[in-house]
Design a protein around this ligand. Structure first.
Ligand code: FAD
Length: 399
């Protein structure tokens, strides 16, 4: 009888895991993806939505036809309860899915509740962390163009997504120049990081020097090592007592694990991320795997203000490939591989509108053999080319 594999989440980690499992094991497995979202969203392009450079149609595609083509069952529904001892997932619409293997790839719950006034719908501060929020940020940006003023962009305490905040900042600076209003809109970057380009991982090669150069060149003020106390209409209050007035603000929130996963306290941290071994299996339930943002990755060291580790799309896909290798190994009786998230290589582009920085290293975390940063317009073109390549291939189920 074929093994039943349930994959929760249909994004970078979930889509890679589901399609690779089917590619490798064909009829030996019955793969079902449960996803709260009906569509795939290419999140790296969300930095451009507020500027009208991308719409949801440009960066989203429906999951159903992709999975159907690959012979993967697709359930557009939300997992609300994971009964790990009984090997069963329950969904909001009342489905009960039994499994032999479970892959948790549910990404983050955005933790706006951690800071008063942060919920983007309240309109005190914008977000680019969901497509609805990014579209609201576009409305706010259009209004800002009519009436420009100070801009505050940042990474809130606990976030692991500093990269997106920097990209949005540099793209904002590019837009100010393009619209000829840079002199009317001073830019401030506020971050929980102890220094610029720390990224929650102690820095990345010469990234801090390069970022400082960008800040100087673009006339951006950086405020590091602070947390946000409160967002209010037109202002943000920081832990150091500063109150920054603004005509536009955008902050990256901290993440939690999604509720149904967080409820599985025997395999998760208090924040709801899945504690896995280097095989991406949980200790207590060897048939339960996790990949992507859902996985707990410990920061390499403490910081005064809490910072999360960046869990990028590339890292999420690489984790999913290890999960696939190990489920195949389990079914076929081969040895499993172990690869901690920190030992996975890093590949990323930090876009700045018409230039940027290509970042690559052999390991995400120290010790690294190399961490290279290549600044210049080719970084921007690389991001554009990668977006097109990624969307074209993934729409066809090529992961
Ligand atoms: C603005 C922005 C810019 C970024 N830029 C880059 C970049 O340039 N390069 C890069 O590598 N990474 C970038 N990232 C990070 C990248 O998007 C994430 O690493 C990636 O999305 C993580 O993939 P994932 O599959 O782990 O989780 P997610 O992409 O968050 O997907 C989670 C999936 O789980 C589903 N789900 C959630 N809850 C449930 C539930 N209860 N039941 C069923 N399904 C559920 C969701 O619908 C979704 O399908 C960026 C992120 C943002 C927000």
């Amino acid at each position: 009888m074929s093994k039943r594999i349930v994959v929760l989440g249909g994004s970078f980690a979930g889509m890679t895991a589901a399609i690779e499992l089917k590619n490798k094991l064909a009829d030996e497995v019955d793969v079902t993806v449960v996803s709260k979202a009906a569509d795939f969203l290419f999140m790296p392009s969300m930095i451009w939505v507020p500027f009208g450079l991308r719409t949801r149609a440009d960066i989203m595609f429906p999951l159903q036809p992709v999975f159907e083509k690959k012979g993967v069952h697709f359930v557009h529904d939300e997992a609300v309860r994971l009964d790990l001892p009984e090997k069963r997932v329950e969904t909001k619409q009342g489905q009960k899915l039994e499994y032999d293997y479970l892959v948790i790839a549910t990404g983050p719950k955005l933790n706006y509740a951690a800071i008063p006034g942060f919920v983007p719908e309240e309109g005190n501060v914008q977000s680019i962390f969901s497509i609805d929020a990014a579209e609201r940020a576009k409305v706010a940006f259009d209004a800002f163009l009519e009436n420009p003023g100070p801009v505050v962009i940042g990474g809130a305490q606990g976030t692991g997504c500093f990269g997106a905040a920097y990209e949005f900042l540099f793209n904002f600076a590019h837009q100010l120049k393009k619209h000829g209003i840079a002199d009317k809109a001073p830019l401030t970057f506020v971050t929980a990081e102890p220094f610029l380009a720390h990224f929650g991982i102690g820095g990345f090669g010469p990234g801090t020097k390069m970022t400082e150069w960008f800040f100087k060149n673009l006339d951006i003020t950086g405020i590091t090592n602070v947390s946000v106390k409160e967002f209010r209409r037109g202002e943000v209050e920081l832990s150091n007592g500063q109150v920054l007035k603004h005509a536009f603000a955008m902050f990256a929130p901290s993440f939690l694990g999604i509720d149904a996963v967080r409820a599985c306290a025997d395999v998760t941290t208090a924040a709801g991320f899945v504690k896995v071994k280097e095989t991406y299996q949980t200790e207590k339930y060897p048939e339960v795997y996790a990949a992507g943002v859902a996985v707990q990755v410990d920061p390499p060291g403490p910081t005064e203000v809490p910072c999360g580790v960046p869990k990028t799309g590339y890292l999420s896909e690489e984790m999913a490939k290890v999960v696939v290798h190990n489920i195949v190994a389990d079914i076929e009786g081969h040895p499993k591989v172990s690869l901690s998230p920190g030992a996975i290589d890093a590949k990323c582009v930090l876009d700045a509108g018409n230039t940027g920085i290509i970042m690559t290293s052999d390991h995400l975390l120290e010790p690294r053999g190399h961490a290279w940063l290549i600044p210049g317009p080719e970084a921007h073109w690389a991001k554009l080319a990668f977006e097109k390549y990624f969307l074209a291939t993934h729409k066809r189920g090529m992961v």
